[in-house]
Each structure stands twice: as structure tokens, then as C-alpha cells.
Design a protein around this ligand. Structure first.
Ligand SMILES: [Zn+2]
Length: 295
């Protein structure tokens, strides 16, 4: 683990720096409002060396918000992500949502006001896909497609030993509880857990948490699966009892949102994710039969 550093600039989004003999790469970069602290943390490790790559696990604001500020600091840096992430970041509506959520996060976390940035800087320069490999000089990375959270979700296997798991598999909160995070497909998220588990990584980096403690590593994938099953059951049972979408979202928030989640995620982002997750699960589970009227 001597080549992996947690350089996160603040709560809500994590960033991990990989340092090889020749190149360096950041895995995710966290939220926009903490870019200054993130850059300081990276510089403490890299010194005068360049940051060469930013690998994004997916295109959500809390994983990529700091990209424009990193480009200003290291103009040669290349952003690597899935083809679908590249497409999303070309959409003005997505860039608008990212800006809104980034601004709200700055308020929630009492951070500084968002320094100005150019939307055009939020883009993927190089497309990466399942099986692609990257050599940083003594540090080897492999890209693993792990859908379920978004269509562009990727995990990164480092030196065949440590897995930076995408949010599709879930994530651990500060208190050690594992949360599900299957927004677009529950089935894909379960498949992603199977893929990750079969890689048998010795160490796991949970996307919003960091390095999972050794004592929790053996049970990690099982806990991810349990978290999904519990949420899935609640949503399907509620729909079977004919509760409408608004009720399910409200109840879901009441039952599943705890202090950790309130600390780490703005309400609008939580509700947006919950709404998409519930709608997509119902559609996926029973076709149009369960599709709810969201109007
Ligand atoms: Zn996300």
C-alpha cells in the first residue's frame, strides 16, 4: 500500500493518489469545494512531479467536481473515464446539475464559496474500458467495468492486490455500515459485487470511505449484497402494497438515511439518487407493471 495515498480534500468525496516510478494517477478527485486542500495534499506527496492522470470511477459531481481546478494546477493532466461518462459530460443539463450540487455541497460542508470554473474543463480526455491496463512504473492498474450505480461505473485493480471498488457495489460510511448504491440497475450491481469478489483482492478501498479495515475485508462483499437485498425488499414490498413513489421515497429516507448520510450528502443529491433507484428497480423487477406515476 506504500504507493497509494488518501489525498481527499474534505468530507463527501474521496480521492486516492497512486504513485509509480514514472507516472502518477488520481482515482476520483472528490468535490469541487475542497479542491484547494486536495491540491495541497497531492503536492505534499508529489512535490515538483506532475500529476499525469485522473481516473474517474463515474461521472457524479462528488467524484469529479475538482477536475477543473486540477487542470489549472497541472495543465498536462489527462482525465480517463468510460465512454458513457464522456457522453454525459458533454450534456449541458448534466453540467448544470453538477454545478448545482457542487454549490450545495459547499454550503452543507461549510466550505469556501465555489471558486469559478469552466464547465468545459469537466470532460473525459481518454476513454478507458473493461480490461484496459495502465502502467505507472512498478504500479499496475486494470480497469474493471462494474455497472449498477451508473452506466459509466468503473473499478480499478491495483497490482492485482488492492481494489478501488466502484460505488455500484455499495460504500462504507464512517461508522462502518455498508450502504447500497444501485441507481440504474440492481441486477447489474449484484453482478458487479460478484465480479469484484471473484478478483479476491487482499485490500479493498470503499469509494466514500477509504481502505476497509482488515477485520472487515472478509465480510465486505457479503455486507454489500445484504445491503442491496434489504433495500430491494423494502422497495418491492412497498410497491406490492400499492404505495406510490412519493410515499416510498419519503419512507426510504426516514428508514435508511442516517446521521452519516446527512453529514456526507446534500439532501437534493440523496433524493435524486433515491428517486432514480426506486423507479429503476421497479421497472427492472416487473416491467411496466410497477412503473409509478412520478407526476
Ligand atoms: Zn455516484
Amino acid at each position: 500500500m506504500e504507493h497509494i495515498f488518501d489525498v481527499s480534500g474534505g468530507p463527501g468525496g474521496k480521492a486516492f493518489l497512486l504513485v509509480g516510478k514514472d507516472k502518477s494517477a488520481l482515482m476520483d478527485c472528490g468535490m469541487a469545494y475542497c479542491a484547494a486542500d486536495l491540491i495541497d495534499n497531492i503536492k505534499q506527496i508529489l512535490g515538483s512531479r506532475e500529476l499525469n492522470y485522473i481516473l474517474i470511477s463515474h461521472s457524479h459531481y462528488d467524484h469529479i467536481g475538482a477536475i477543473p481546478y486540477l487542470r489549472r494546477e497541472w495543465p498536462g493532466v489527462r482525465v480517463l473515464g468510460a465512454e458513457y461518462a464522456q457522453r454525459i459530460l458533454n450534456r449541458p443539463s448534466a453540467l448544470k446539475t453538477i454545478r448545482e450540487l457542487s454549490t450545495q455541497a459547499a454550503l452543507l460542508f461549510d466550505g469556501p464559496e465555489l471558486p469559478p470554473y469552466d464547465d468545459a474543463a469537466l470532460k473525459v480526455d481518454v476513454i478507458i474500458k473493461d480490461g484496459d491496463e495502465l502502467d505507472l512504473g512498478g504500479v499496475h492498474m486494470e480497469v474493471i467495468k462494474t455497472g449498477g450505480h451508473t452506466q459509466c461505473s468503473l473499478s480499478f485493480l491495483i497490482n492485482n492486490d488492492t481494489l478501488f471498488a466502484s460505488e455500484s457495489t455499495g460504500y462504507m460510511s464512517e461508522s462502518g455500515v455498508v450502504y447500497p448504491s444501485f441507481i440504474i440497475s440492481c441486477a447489474d450491481a449484484i453482478e458487479s459485487i460478484r465480479i469484484c469478489r471473484n478478483l479476491h483482492p487482499r485490500s479493498i478501498i470503499s469509494p466514500h470511505y477509504g481502505l476497509v479495515r482488515e477485520a472487515d475485508t472478509a465480510d465486505y462483499w457479503g455486507n454489500c449484497l445484504l445491503a442491496i437485498r434489504k433495500t430491494q425488499k423494502f422497495i418491492l414490498d412497498s410497491a406490492a402494497q400499492s404505495y406510490d413513489e412519493a410515499w416510498i421515497i419519503r419512507e426510504y429516507e426516514r428508514l435508511f438515511r442516517d446521521d452519516d448520510s446527512r453529514r456526507e450528502q446534500p439532501t437534493q443529491a440523496f433524493r435524486l439518487n433515491a428517486q432514480n433507484m426506486i423507479n429503476n428497480l421497479l421497472r427492472e423487477s416487473s416491467g411496466d407493471k410497477w412503473r409509478l406515476n412520478s407526476g
